[in-house]
Design a binder for this molecule. Structure first.
Ligand code: GLP
Length: 244
């Protein structure tokens, strides 16, 4: 779906997600949302906050799982995804702290695989992800599933692609400050979500969006796996959709 601009796309999706949360809550259970970071979801989170302030969306019965976290960063680090989520969404809505799940970037090497397994188990115990939000990296990654990530990969330690680290360098104040590894949900974890929306804005994403949507399904572009999902939609602005 190509929109005039990112505000219109974000507003449309926010209304859809709010309706989904209400419908799931009305059926008597919590809604489980998979959330993403990066610059792309910012206007979407702003719309969710607006709906919350207008009394149209409560997070009291929402459980969230974030896609990923930089390995080595504590939640207090301003570039950690934990800090990002607090700043951009959680501090502004009524979500109970215990409903928030983000991989722990400070986990020790010995505890890492148990931590990842526990993250997968927590998703399962919550009943699976109802709605998964995604951005897309220039390498075609979803979460931090860089080229070569298998279709059935699960939450694990990943090595960041040099392009991904370069793109993150300005925010970190230099390439040498960017972590080399992250913990990320796998492609398999993401593809199990019942409904998925991938957001992309701007000319810089147009080529990778085209490859993901119309190129071969390949582990070299993990977003291309979405072609095989039963309910995945790309929400694009005109620039990101300009090569389709
Ligand atoms: C990071 C995140 C991804 C995000 C990507 C794009 O790599 N782990 O989830 O999609 O950046 O970032 P941006 O939205 O800032 O372009």
């Amino acid at each position: 779906r190509v929109f005039a601009d990112r505000t219109e796309a974000s507003r449309t999706l926010a209304l859809e997600v709010a309706a989904l949360v209400r419908a799931i809550n009305d059926s008597g259970r919590s809604a489980v949302l998979g959330l993403a970071t990066g610059r792309t979801p910012l206007p979407f989170y702003a719309e969710l906050i607006r709906l919350h302030e207008q009394g149209e969306l409560s997070f009291a019965q929402v459980i969230t799982f974030n896609l990923d976290e930089y390995l080595g960063l504590a939640g207090e680090h301003p570039e950690s995804y934990r800090a990002f989520m607090s700043r951009e969404l959680f501090d502004h809505v009524d979500i109970p702290a215990e409903n928030i799940h983000i991989p722990d970037g400070t986990v020790s090497p010995e505890d890492l695989s148990a931590h990842c397994a526990a993250y997968e188990a927590a998703i399962r115990n919550a009943g699976g992800i109802d709605f998964q939000l995604l951005g897309i990296g220039r390498t075609g990654h979803i979460g931090f599933n860089e080229p070569g990530s298998p279709r059935d990969s699960r939450t694990r330690k990943v090595e960041l692609d040099p392009i991904t680290r370069q793109d993150a360098a300005p925010a970190f104040g230099g390439l040498d400050q960017v972590p080399e590894h992250a913990i990320s949900m796998g492609c398999g974890t993401i593809l199990e979500a019942r409904k998925i929306a991938l957001l992309a804005w701007g000319k810089a994403k147009a080529t990778i969006v085209r490859e993901a949507l119309t190129g071969p399904v390949t582990d070299q572009v993990s977003a291309s796996f979405l072609q095989e999902h039963a309910d995945a939609t790309f929400y694009l602005d005109a620039e990101a959709g300009s090569e389709l």
